[in-house]
Design a protein around this ligand. Structure first.
Ligand SMILES: C[S@@+](CC[C@H](N)C(=O)[O-])C[C@H]1O[C@@H](n2cnc3c(N)ncnc32)[C@H](O)[C@@H]1O
Length: 413
């Protein structure tokens, strides 16, 4: 059932739906099968190019898209997941037969091809899934060819589960990362982990937890979290004792912030508004601007992203990021501080945005980070912090983020 569910999710991705958009599509399946279907579909997307290279070696004609998905799923299960060939091949043959007349006709070919694939050698030596051109070119130009390959390898490895704990909380079996996040390796059901029901922690990639650490919120400070949903950073700010106003343009996504706050017994003022129009009712001490972006730093967790985007939306994102930076700075009193962050690998959305903001705003300065657990090589020439999926290779990587702490000249300099 999980395999049929995975094929349905893969067909949805080919029709332009993200895996997250399809969260409700498998609700007829038991929860464990839904979770396995999601994992299998993500694994196929992470290794599609490698699976296709193996399949090409054994087929004489290109299979139709649904049959190609059945073959890819079986290849990835056997060669990457170590699935027992007999069970995987039998399941693939029945899934092919269930595809109607064309499936019936293809089932013999699927059986023959997969029996050969079962003995295939050299899977581990195949190059990882390449990033699409619109992403690979700027990534290789910014960080070099070796780094681009290392990032692709990290995308293929997927992501562990990271948690941000409330102060003093530990979770049995989790590694404590140098920056303070907790990391769980291997599949885990989040709601079954100790401390979930009591709201002792929330799910947040180790890199995603850094912008708030960089902002360094203090008790009772008035802080605006612009672009707040689903709220990982709102929870960090509230947990530090700040008076938080969380603004997001999406009322539906803001409901997730409310749920997360309730579970963690934390509070914040929630405002559904375009941050470009929003103004605070009392002076702010600080702003967190976690701007909408290409999300290209999160491909480890969202392997469907490269299949759903073509890069054409990036200029519009860059434009809105610059307008959000200018508006946020206009809300900040002299002497105030702001962290600008994006979960993007593209310097145009990160490093270049900060350089352009410094040129547009005389008196604005970047405060170079000195965050416990981060590495000096992550600091960029303009004083920001750049994380990439290939950082911490021995520990399981981290999402790609850029963040910079900006100080508006004023009281005391
Ligand atoms: C990168 S996500 C934020 C993640 C969030 N800060 C967290 O840590 O969980 C970007 C968010 O920006 C919101 N957004 C996009 N454009 C916006 C705008 N003009 N004003 C306010 N929110 C916006 C989206 O709805 C989305 O929730």
């Amino acid at each position: 059932m999980a395999r049929a569910g995975a094929l349905r999710l893969l067909a949805g991705v080919r029709d332009g739906l993200s895996l997250a958009d399809q969260a409700g599509a498998l609700k007829a399946l038991p929860p464990a099968d839904q979770a396995r279907a999601g994992r299998l579909a993500a694994d196929v997307l992470r290794h599609q190019a490698r699976a296709d290279a193996v399949i090409r070696a054994y087929v004489s004609r290109k299979p139709s898209p649904p049959v190609a998905d059945v073959l890819r799923l079986a290849v990835v299960e056997m060669l990457d997941g170590g699935g027992a060939p007999h069970g995987v091949v039998d399941a693939a043959v029945s899934l092919t037969r269930s595809l109607g007349k064309k499936g019936q006709a293809a089932s013999g070919m699927v059986n023959a091809v997969l029996r050969k694939v079962a003995g295939h050698k050299g899977w581990a030596d195949l190059p990882p899934q390449p990033m699409p051109h619109w992403l690979r070119e700027p990534v290789a130009a910014a960080y070099g060819e070796d780094a681009a390959r290392a990032i692709e390898a990290a995308h293929g490895a997927g992501a562990p589960l990271d948690l941000t704990p409330k102060p003093g909380v530990s979770v049995e079996g989790a590694d404590v990362l140098p920056t303070g996040s907790l990391r769980i390796h291997g599949p885990a059901q989040v709601s079954a982990l100790p401390g979930f029901a009591t709201g002792d922690w929330w799910v947040q990639d180790a890199a995603a937890a850094l912008p708030v650490r960089l902002l360094d919120p203090r008790p009772d400070e008035r802080i605006a979290d612009l672009c707040a949903a689903p709220g990982g950073k709102t929870l960090q700010l509230a947990s530090a004792g700040a008076q938080v106003t969380a603004v997001d343009i999406s009322p539906a996504r803001l409901r997730r912030v409310a749920e997360n706050l309730r579970r963690c017994k934390l509070s914040a003022e929630l405002v559904a508004a375009d941050a470009l129009d929003w103004r605070p009712t009392a002076p702010l001490d600080a702003i967190l601007l976690d701007a909408p972006c290409s999300a290209t730093g999160t491909i480890r967790r969202h392997p469907d992203l490269p299949f759903l985007r073509d890069g054409s939306g990036i200029p519009a994102l860059i434009d809105v990021q610059a307008r959000l930076i200018d508006h946020a700075l206009s809300l900040l009193p002299p002497g105030g501080r702001m962290v600008y962050a994006v979960c993007s690998l593209l310097p145009d959305e990160g490093e270049a945005q900060v350089a352009a903001a410094l040129a547009r705003h005389p008196g604005l300065v970047v405060e170079t980070p000195d965050l416990p657990g981060t590495e000096p090589s992550w600091i960029t020439p303009e004083g920001g912090l750049r994380t990439r999926p290939d950082c911490w290779p021995g520990r399981g990587g981290m999402d790609g983020f850029f963040m910079a702490r900006l100080h508006k000249a004023g009281r005391g300099g």
